[in-house]
Design a protein around this ligand. Sequence first.
Ligand SMILES: NC(=O)c1ccc[n+]([C@@H]2O[C@H](COP(=O)([O-])OP(=O)(O)OC[C@H]3O[C@@H](n4cnc5c(N)ncnc54)[C@H](O)[C@@H]3O)[C@@H](O)[C@H]2O)c1
Length: 347
Amino acid sequence: MICTDLSIALAPILARYDKDQVVVVYDENISLPTGVAGLTSHSIYGLTVSETSKSLETVSLIWDFLFEHGITRRGLLIAVGGGVLTDLCGFAAATYKRGIDYVNIPTTLLSMVDASTGGKTGINYHGLKNSIGLFAPPVATLIWPSWLKTLPPKQFLSGFAEMLKTGLIADQRPTTNDQRLFDRLLQYDLDTMDSDALTPLIADCIAVKEQIVTADPHEEGIRKTLNFGHTFGHALEELSHAQGSPLDHGFAVLYGLIAELYLSVVKLSCPKEPLQQLTQVMLHYYGKPQCKCSDRDKLIAFMQQDKKNEHATDINCTLLREVGEPLINQLITPQEAAEALDYLFSL
Ligand SMILES: NC(=O)c1ccc[n+]([C@@H]2O[C@H](COP(=O)([O-])OP(=O)(O)OC[C@H]3O[C@@H](n4cnc5c(N)ncnc54)[C@H](O)[C@@H]3O)[C@@H](O)[C@H]2O)c1
């Protein structure tokens, strides 16, 4: 739910819990707004989080905090932060005393449009991203776009890439407007990073994701469309981590979208226009990927090992027949993957 006033949005939720049964865990990188009593008048725990601390150790710190405050099964955990913190808190809440309620208050664009919706919670384990976790939806997700005013531009762009992905897979039917979501996203002035102008687009991206995860909560079918751009994107992200110069998730997704749009053109005759439009956005705002052609084989090996890939050599991918028409379970040969990477690296 998009809200202009966090206190008002929180009030009816808090009314359902005893005051001493509500705790707040937040990302210490952000400042909690002082006027929001629902956040500051409860027991508060500030955590310094990063992708490397998305671990069992951090979950156990949250469990300890819940035990120390005598939280029972009727308690509520309010998670305030980016996707790392909401994934950690969701997992901690879902496993504490076999599960307590939690509320997500996402503070990054990526967590607003993606991580906080859909009920996936989890942690990294033995270096494998999100390899331990469970589906456990929050009782509410409160989107307060004002958080975006302090977000660094790189984080903003990272979240915007997930919005572009949503626009590409969204049903052709317009949502709150008579234009396609993808076209409206392309018209958004990224130079301004204006949170007010972005708010209706955030609302529509969340509505698209909600519609998809409601239809397929456990990713058996249509939910795989949300992985568009992520097969190549995850491989680029993993390689960048292995090479010691980590790519932000959304940047990796944007590069993955370009590779997978290229394959959509070649294999499914998708029109070239969205590929050309996205390439312009990449060159103008995101820059080119830093990988080299010599990384090609490593990237293909990462894709073949991906947990979503059940086939030995071919790579399972979501592609597009056209904007708004994603097709899941498309098999890509290693040669086709190499061609798409060559295209991406040649831009
Ligand atoms: N559960 C899901 O469905 C899902 C979906 C997508 C991504 N994720 C997960 O989300 C994580 C990435 O999320 P993220 O991009 O939000 O990263 P993040 O949580 O690490 O936040 C990025 C950075 O922004 C800072 N930050 C947060 N809010 C801020 C604000 N308002 N102003 C200034 N700085 C702020 C954080 O401290 C951090 O340094 C990954 O771990 C990924 O696996 C989960």
